[in-house]
Design a protein around this ligand. Structure first.
Ligand SMILES: [Zn+2]
Ligand SMILES: [Zn+2]
Length: 293
């Protein structure tokens, strides 16, 4: 059975290789659909986002690839958009590029240092600790609650199609050095956010990058959250967040197994131009058998 993936980065941002290399690999591995989601341009200095003056070239290239490969695979043009209140978010990118097929909304920045530089929460650990101390006085509870408050604000005020790598901030908590994950404030922040996502009926991606990079043993979001999401019937899509063609379905079989164990029976995929649910197992998605829920 085929896989799909809508979270991928190419040489337009911090990924390796041209978009066409990913398409070739996806066809080789019998994917039925593929989405490009370069890091959207941001109106401040950032090394890993697409420069704004390359946006048209990106959209044109994906649209050419769609035509070239239309007999073999469905291709979609998306972006992974940062949400920084008052500065950038899904609505800004939809206005800049109305032809986009979908947007993944991710929070990589939480507030800013005193000089105005946004604090990146999934980069280098030293930078994380610096921001934690300067902006939040070292209080991890406040920092994580602020992270979840931003996700909630994005979902409520500037919603993307897909919520990107929920809980990725735990990448900074190796070995439980900053918090145990069992704290009531943490679980409350997660549950509050899931409740609002459910209310707005957004799709949450299950992102495997930390697993195939050997950083963590569970996807973002982790197994306990997946169980809650399954019970709440929050729709999910499975994403690899590939930055290299070899990563296009990294850790998919084992993650699909975890998703089944958490109680999920279907994945949402962008297929024939609409997000729709299909059954899945550890070998792929059973396209052509829509789930009516
Ligand atoms: Zn991201
Ligand atoms: Zn990404």
């Amino acid at each position: 059975m085929p896989w799909t993936n809508y979270h991928s980065h190419s040489h337009y941002c911090d990924g390796v290789h041209a978009p066409e290399r990913y398409v070739a690999e996806a066809i080789e591995r019998e994917f039925c659909a593929w989405g490009f989601s370069s890091h959207a341009p941001v109106p401040f200095a950032c090394k890993w986002t697409m420069p704004e003056d390359r946006l048209d070239e990106y959209l044109n290239e994906v649209s050419d690839l769609k035509r070239t490969y239309e007999e073999r695979i469905q291709l979609y043009a998306g972006l992974e958009v940062d949400f920084v209140p008052g500065i950038t978010g899904p609505a800004r990118l939809r206005a800049l590029a109305p032809s986009l097929d979908y947007l993944i909304g991710s929070v990589h920045f939480v507030d800013a240092f005193a000089d105005g530089t946004p604090w990146e929460i999934d980069g280098r650990h030293e930078l994380f600790l610096e921001g934690l101390h300067q902006i939040f006085g070292g209080n991890i509870e406040q920092a994580i609650e602020r992270y979840y408050a931003l996700i909630t604000e994005m979902v409520e005020t500037d919603a993307p199609d897909v919520v990107g790598h929920l809980d990725k901030i735990i990448i900074q908590n190796e070995g439980g050095a900053l918090f145990t994950g069992k704290e009531a404030w943490y679980q409350a922040a997660v549950r509050r956010t899931l409740g609002i996502i459910k209310e707005k009926d957004l799709i949450v991606e299950v992102n495997t990058r930390g697993m195939y990079k050997g950083l963590i043993k569970e996807p973002y979001p982790a197994q306990w959250m997946l169980r809650e999401m399954a019970a709440m019937q929050i729709p999910i899509t499975l994403s690899s967040d590939a930055h290299h063609p070899r990563e296009i379905n990294g850790a998919f079989p084992e993650t699909a197994q975890m998703l089944r164990e958490a109680g999920f029976h279907d994945l949402h995929i962008l297929y024939d131009g609409v997000w729709q649910a299909f059954p899945f197992d550890r070998w792929g998605v059973r396209v052509g058998t829509p789930v009516h829920s």
